[in-house]
Design a protein around this ligand. Structure first.
Ligand SMILES: Nc1nc2c(c(=O)[nH]1)N[C@H]1C(S)=C(S)[C@@H](COP(=O)(O)O)O[C@H]1N2
Ligand SMILES: [Mo]
Length: 207
């Protein structure tokens, strides 16, 4: 009997960050209720420290895509899922249209019911950072953020805000819903940046 066999095949294990475990299926995790979608009153705003603030309808937003990204997802509570195929529009496309001012190097995600998360501008301009409306060839399910969610695969998933309604560019680290409750600003799963008390250890390559 093999007592200490490998937990996952090597090539899979290499994709699971420290302290994480793979789960079957796709857990649903959020605070508060699931909003209902009314396309006629739904809009998406890009605002704050940008040269060209703008607002788009759902169909206008979708016309900016689609782009596809295959990515892993890591929740700070410990679960990870691999190879999610997202469909949406890269955050970079919206940022290029908004043209952030030099000092606007932080982004606040604004969601239904007031949920927020914050990210460095650099982290959302990554190729794999997407505003998504589709997952594995299907429309995103309401509990997973339909009609629109952010996906930032290189950060813990609380940053991947569901039911997203806007992006605000700001000039400072203004903490979001979980960040004010003790979670890390930077939140890189490979560095295991889970909690805010780790932040003063420094050594991050970006804020
Ligand atoms: N608006 C909103 N987005 C949210 C959350 C939330 O509470 N509200 N929870 C976050 C957390 S902690 C996780 S792990 C992921 C989970 O996404 P999923 O339910 O699609 O798996 O959504 C994130 N996005
Ligand atoms: Mo999470």
């Amino acid at each position: 009997m093999k007592l200490f066999g490998p937990k996952y095949p090597e090539e899979i294990a290499a994709r699971v960050p420290p302290g994480q475990r793979l789960v079957k299926g796709w857990p649903v995790l959020h605070y508060g209720p699931i909003p209902r979608f009314d396309e006629s009153s739904w809009d998406f705003k890009v605002f704050g420290l940008v040269e060209n603030p703008f607002m788009v309808s759902y169909s206008e937003l979708k016309a900016l895509g689609p782009a596809k990204v295959t990515a892993d997802m890591h929740c700070v509570t410990g679960w990870s899922t691999l190879d999610n195929e997202w469909e949406g529009v890269p955050v970079r496309v919206l940022s290029e249209r908004a043209r952030p001012k030099a000092e606007g190097d932080w982004v606040i995600t604004h969601c239904e019911y007031g949920y927020t998360s914050n990210l460095s501008l650099q982290s959302v301009l990554d190729d794999d950072a997407l505003l998504a409306w589709g997952h594995n060839g299907e429309p995103l399910a309401p509990e997973h953020g339909f009609p629109l969610r952010l996906v930032v695969p290189k950060r813990y998933a609380w940053k991947s805000a569901k039911w997203l309604r806007g992006l605000e560019f700001v000039d400072r680290n203004e903490r979001g819903f979980w960040e004010v409750r003790g979670y890390h600003t930077h939140a890189d799963p490979w560095r295991e940046e889970r909690y805010s008390y780790q932040e003063d250890k420094g050594s991050e390559s970006e804020p």
